[in-house]
Design a protein around this ligand. Structure first.
Ligand SMILES: [Zn+2]
Length: 104
C-alpha cells in the first residue's frame, strides 16, 4: 500500500509540475499530492494554490512577495496567508480541494 501511494505521489507531482493548478488535471493532482502526503506523513510541497507556483527551499519562503506581486488583487495577503497555511484556501472561482481520505 505504501509503495503504491509513493508512486501515486510521484505521478501527481509530475502532473502538477506540467499542468499547474489552472487546469482540472493540475488541481486534481494537487489534491492527490496533499492527501497522499498527509497519509504518508510526508511534508507537503508548498504550492501556490492560486497559480501552482512551487516554492523551493525553505517551506513557504517567498510566498508573501509572490502573493503581493501576483494575487494581491484576488485577496489581500494578510487574509489569504492563514488559509493557504491551513490548506483551506479556495482559489478564485474554483471549488475547494477536500482531503481525499478525510472521514465524513
Ligand atoms: Zn501564485
Amino acid at each position: 500500500m505504501k509503495r503504491e501511494l509513493e508512486r501515486i505521489l510521484i505521478h501527481a507531482r509530475k502532473i502538477l509540475r506540467i499542468a499547474g493548478t489552472a487546469t482540472e488535471e493540475g488541481r486534481s493532482a494537487l489534491q492527490i499530492e496533499r492527501s497522499v502526503s498527509r497519509v504518508l506523513g510526508r511534508e507537503e510541497q508548498c504550492i501556490c494554490p492560486e497559480c501552482g507556483y512551487r516554492f523551493r527551499g525553505n517551506g513557504w519562503d517567498g510566498i508573501d512577495a509572490h502573493w503581493r506581486a501576483k494575487h494581491e488583487s484576488v485577496m489581500p495577503y494578510s487574509k489569504a496567508w492563514p488559509l493557504i497555511k491551513a490548506g483551506s484556501y479556495r482559489p478564485s472561482g474554483k471549488s475547494t480541494l477536500p482531503d481525499l481520505f478525510a472521514e465524513e
